[in-house]
Ligand binder design. Structure first.
Ligand SMILES: *Cc1c(COP(=O)(O)O)cnc(C)c1O
Length: 233
């Protein structure tokens, strides 16, 4: 077992290496530490190292950790898991970012429930980039209409696209999927949306994602180690 700060240093070095290899400024790639199933103490260790952005998939688990870590200034919470429509209010109230919006009903509720005292909620639309029947995410075909419907919602700031491609060790296939997401973002921006975020790349494929333009990589296992079976939530 490696300590979390050693692992964070390694992942950060990989991000730096992957960005410079393709001529990108490593500062343009932000690391989200995916802390689902990890205890609050693990997040506190990462925070002490300097990590600020954390990604959570399970609402109740995340809310519990937010209470435990309420004293940590500047911590940034990203919701990255599937969203049930009856769970949108606490997400709208307690997160800075949501990466997993894939239908208008959810966006509308997050908009309506975002407290006035908070800045607009940052949103990425999740795209089912490999058209897998089992996966969350809007299809590429339906993406333009969904983006057009979400963009006017004032209590949301539509920032970009997120995807979890089909798992593969083949680097060319990894890059092809990430390139499709990047092309979709470029096409949307031809309509003036000004999207500036591509949330793509995890422990096993962050290099390929960065090569294809990722601005957020979401890394769990390579920071915190293998996960136990997730709690329901
Ligand atoms: C769990 C998860 C990750 C992190 O995956 P690792 O392979 O552990 O790095 C990233 N994104 C989402 C949406 C996840 O659910």
């Amino acid at each position: 077992m490696h300590k979390i700060d050693d692992q964070l240093a390694k992942v950060t070095a990989r991000i730096h290496q992957a960005a410079t290899a393709v001529g990108r400024n490593p500062q343009t790639v932000q690391l989200i530490a995916v802390s689902k199933t990890q205890p609050a103490q693990a997040l506190a260790e990462a925070y002490a190292w300097g990590q600020r952005a954390f990604g959570e998939n399970y609402l109740q688990e995340a809310l519990d950790k937010q209470v435990q870590l309420a004293s940590l200034a500047g911590i940034e919470w990203h919701f990255i898991g599937p969203i049930q429509s009856n769970k949108t209010r606490p997400i709208a109230e307690h997160f800075d970012w949501v990466h997993s919006v894939d239908r208008l009903k959810i966006a509308q509720r997050l908009h309506d429930q975002r407290p006035e005292a908070l800045p607009p909620l940052n949103i990425c639309v999740q795209v089912n980039i490999d058209d897998e029947t089992t996966k969350s995410g809007v299809s590429l075909d339906e993406l333009p209409a969904l983006v057009a419907a979400i963009a006017p919602l004032k209590r949301l700031t539509l920032r970009g696209l997120m995807a979890i491609p089909a798992a593969t060790n083949n680097t060319d296939q990894q890059r092809a999927a990430f390139a499709r997401l990047h092309r979709a973002l470029v096409q949307l921006n031809q309509h003036g949306y000004g999207l500036d975020c591509l949330s793509m790349g995890m422990s096993g494929d962050l290099e390929a994602a960065i090569a294809e333009g990722a601005t957020f990589v979401r890394v769990g296992t390579d920071i915190f180690g293998a996960r136990a079976t997730p709690a329901a939530g």
